[in-house]
Write a protein that binds this ligand. Structure first.
Ligand code: SAM
Length: 204
């Protein structure tokens, strides 16, 4: 009887591609998120800006190009390296920090506007509470937070994603915050757009 042979898996191109930090990032669309660009075009982003979970810095650099003093923070060192290289290439000034969104109080800076494009839906309930507590330390009364997050209508399923309902969003901002608007929106990915919420929140 022939014996079963164990076949050693060969290294597929997918494995080789993971050398490129952006290869697995379906959100890295090579340009700013259209929704963030639209906010900037309407001059709804004011003053000094913090871009939390900035990834490779597309949104951060857009805001730098519009004259904002802007910081981007992300815990992924490789993405921050790409963001810094892009800033240099485009001769734009932005501060990119490797850091944890759950420990924002260590930044010791105050920002008039905070952008969260694609981070909130990747945090779980406990992490979101910690994140919002840290955010309070880097915002003033009257500072504005924009969140662009996947909505519960989204068909994209992954254990790392926690899309939100309107009710859930409201629950997170009951105290110390004032929700100005929650509107149905879209988050652009490389090969599709996903249903999302654009939320505008004032710190009070
Ligand atoms: C979906 S990507 C969005 C990137 C960028 N904001 C955009 O819209 O193109 C989410 C980003 O959040 C970052 N991130 C996730 N958890 C984080 C944490 N605890 N602290 C800092 N960054 C985090 C990821 O590394 C990733 O770059």
């Amino acid at each position: 009887m022939p014996r079963a042979t164990k076949v050693r898996p060969t290294l597929s191109p997918i494995h080789l591609l993971t050398e490129d930090p952006l290869s697995a990032c379906t959100w890295a669309i090579g340009k700013p998120q259209p929704v963030i660009e639209s906010l900037a075009n309407q001059e709804m982003i004011v003053g000094d800006v913090l871009d939390v979970g900035c990834g490779c810095g597309e949104n951060t650099l857009l805001l730098a190009s519009r004259g904002h003093m802007v910081w981007g923070i992300d815990h992924d060192q490789a993405l921050i390296r790409i963001a810094r290289e892009q800033a240099q290439k485009q001769t734009l000034e932005a501060t990119f920090v490797v850091g944890n969104a759950l420990e924002l109080d260590v930044l010791g800076e105050g920002f008039h506007t905070v952008i969260d494009s694609g981070l909130f839906h990747s945090l779980n309930d406990k992490e979101r509470k910690k994140y919002l507590s840290g955010l309070s330390h880097v915002m003033f009364p009257g500072s504005r937070l924009y969140i662009l997050c996947l909505s519960e209508n989204d068909e994209i399923s992954s254990p790392d994603l926690h899309p939100l309902s309107r009710k859930e969003l409201e629950k997170y901002f009951q105290s110390g915050w004032q929700i100005e608007k929650i509107e149905a929106s879209l988050y652009s990915l490389c090969d599709q757009t996903a249903p999302a919420w654009l939320v505008s929140i004032l710190k009070i």
